[in-house]
Design a protein around this ligand. Structure first.
Ligand SMILES: [Zn+2]
Length: 76
């Protein structure tokens, strides 16, 4: 590489919200991401809801639903 024309190049850890940590080298240090190749449905092959800002929880609360989408019984 030619000297002085390149930006600083760091050892970087990319930390995903799923707990996956990727070590790489980059011009910025310590990156935090919400989705990575380890947990993205495209790579896992699983259908998964990507919930941004708890929208699904808010929806469930609004309609009194549990996690499976059933109405909460008043007996419990
Ligand atoms: Zn991830």
């Amino acid at each position: 590489m030619k000297a002085k024309i390149h930006p600083k190049y760091y050892d970087t850890t990319i930390t995903c919200a799923c707990g996956n940590v990727i070590k790489t080298r980059c011009t910025v240090k310590d990156i935090r991401v919400e989705i990575c190749s380890n947990c993205h449905p495209f790579f896992t092959g699983k259908q998964k809801l990507i919930d941004t800002a708890g929208r699904i929880d808010r929806f469930r609360k609004k309609y009194g639903l549990d996690k499976k989408g059933n109405k909460k019984s008043k007996e419990s």
